[in-house]
Ligand binder design. Sequence first.
Ligand SMILES: [Zn+2]
Ligand SMILES: [Zn+2]
Length: 256
Amino acid sequence: MAIDLVTRSTWGARAPKGSYSPLSSTRGVKVHYTGGRVDPAIIDDHAKCVAMVKSIQDFHMDGNGWIDIGYSMVVCPHRKVFVGRGAKHVPAANGAGLNSGHYAVLGLVGNAGLVEPTDEILHGILDAIEYLRAEGGAGREIQGHRDGYATDCPGGPLYAWVRRGAPRPGGGDPPPVVPGTPKWPGRLLRFPPVMRGDDVKAWQAQMKLIGFELDADGAYGQRSRDVCKTFQRRVDLPDDGIVGRLTWEASFTAKP
Ligand SMILES: [Zn+2]
Ligand SMILES: [Zn+2]
């Protein structure tokens, strides 16, 4: 699939306040997360992705005093790739002294709310990296912001993916953390609205198996969300009622 670029005019970017520093090549790309809460509602509404990217740009320009958004590119859950500073320009998000070595790509996940990158986000990050290799002379390295800089960024789930070598979802995926557990479906199971599918059914059946009362009807609604929250509190995960990778794998390794 070709990259789905969101041009600066499409997302309504402000003009940079100064000239970019040119860059002819880099050793690679560093992957980032927002570091704050990302509203899971962005999954259902791309307009919310656009608003979020604009607010990040505002913060970087008005708060940090940078000439523009600090990222080279930004990826949303719709596998769209926003042009930030773009190829051949030095980014600002990697930290002082680290910006000409790597381009900076942000995935719209955070440390609360939407914390686990969906398959679409991972694909989008790789689309951005391929674009920066082709258009900006990016080298082969794929690192996290925390590599060489004191930060939690890009967060546990995204960094674990980087450390695994940033594989394309679906192709030669690594085995689940615990052998024998079914592979996380790569989408977040959440409500509202009601989500349907075999993945929902498999998760509900597992919840029944470990003692929860709910129907394995393949429809993730209010009852599934309540069960999810109760289970998350039991296993010390954030009780957001959303089945992401961590909750999925905890569910299938839980005992009755
Ligand atoms: Zn970062
Ligand atoms: Zn989007």
